[in-house]
Design a binder for this molecule. Structure first.
Ligand code: WQD
Length: 326
């Protein structure tokens, strides 16, 4: 019995592998290493280098490792790039998932956890987004995640595969410096980059209808997110036939300005941010209701924003030793 973690060499995937191992679960990583990093996969965990579009290799891997559950994180995730390359995104994220589900159902795997995103909601006009809030994604990336949820749910209903779609809110932090996010495509690493270059961090617009005018998000520590996967994976295993859709957030809104203030406090830079024009497509506020997973599975986040920023900063210094010297 083991769990196949697709995308397990990625930032979030490697944290899921780690949390699964700590919980005593056996895992196998399946990753094409297009953005994943081999060194993130622990020595004792088998790594199969392959694409989710390769049905034969998937079938062989599921059989060889006696896989009984899959956590599917392998996907393209850059919102901007998805606008420029929608066909690539649909091919990788939707066709890749379809091929994987074919292999999974043929192998009679019992459980399937799908990595979805708050991007499925688009620009929600509610204070707290529940799983019932209408899904109106604004980018091809968000559309691929919503289509993915449909594929997963329909397959579960048709075959009895126990499924869950986890809608991640804004993920930050690291469970150890080596596991930190090495891309610079989200707020926290983008602020680190500016500060360590000797520049001011940027706020993309301060004229939003929010308390301080900057966008509000629900930040979640990647270690908490990884724990949520373990909880959900075990729930699926013990209750076949499940069909879950769950927000993974903290239910707490934090503004961009508050985040930058915290980064300054943690790093000791204390450099005031510069306000630049709004970034197209940014919703003013996206904050989860985290009630459903708490009520149904008893899970809730443990870490706060300071923990996220402190651990992310340790990771940044690990990957950018020159920043530590300057
Ligand atoms: C957060 C806030 C920016 C950088 C995206 C995807 C979402 C998910 C997570 C993938 C926004 C502001 C940022 C900076 C700033 N992706 N910002 N200055 O856009 O909420 O979510 O990433 O799975 O689907 O949409 O995250 O970290 O890019 O931005 O003011 O230098 O920080 O405008 O309001 P976002 P983000």
């Amino acid at each position: 019995m083991s769990w196949l973690i697709t995308g397990g060499a990625g930032y979030i995937g490697a944290h899921v592998v780690r949390a699964m191992a700590e919980a005593g679960e056996r895992t196998v990583v399946y990753d094409d290493l297009s953005s994943g990093v081999r060194e993130r996969v622990p020595q004792e965990v088998p790594l199969v280098v392959g694409s989710v579009l390769d049905g034969e290799r998937l079938a062989r891997t599921l059989a060889e490792h006696e896989v009984t559950g899959v956590v599917h994180l392998a996907a393209k995730k850059q919102v901007g790039e998805s606008v420029e390359r929608p066909l690539h995104y649909f091919h990788q994220n939707v066709e890749g998932l379809r091929v994987l589900l074919e292999a999974v159902t043929a192998a009679e795997v019992a459980s399937f956890v799908f990595s979805s995103s708050a991007a499925v909601y688009g620009m929600p006009d509610v204070d707290l987004v529940t799983e019932e809030t209408p899904c109106l994604p604004l980018s091809p990336y968000g559309e691929t995640k919503l289509a993915g949820e449909w594929l997963v749910r329909a397959t579960g209903r048709a075959t009895g595969l126990a499924t869950a779609s986890l809608r991640y809110f804004n993920v930050a932090g690291a469970a150890g410096p080596a596991l930190a996010d090495t891309s610079v495509s989200n707020l926290v690493p983008m602020v680190f980059e500016k500060l360590t270059e000797g520049a001011s961090p940027r706020i993309f617009g301060d004229d939003y209808p929010t308390p301080d005018g900057t966008c509000v998000r629900d930040y979640i520590h990647v270690a908490d997110l990884a724990e949520a996967h373990v909880t959900v994976a075990r729930a699926l295993r013990s209750a076949p036939g499940h069909d879950l859709t769950l927000n993974i957030g903290r239910g707490e809104g934090v503004s961009v300005r508050e985040m930058i203030d915290q980064v300054n406090a943690v790093t000791g830079y204390d450099r005031p941010p510069t306000v630049t024009p709004r970034r197209p497509g940014d919703p003013a506020r996206v904050v989860a209701s985290a009630d459903r997973i708490a009520t149904e599975l008893g899970w809730q986040a443990k870490y706060d924003v300071e923990d996220m920023i402190t651990s992310a900063w340790e990771g940044w210094l690990h990957h950018h030793p020159e920043a530590a010297r300057s």
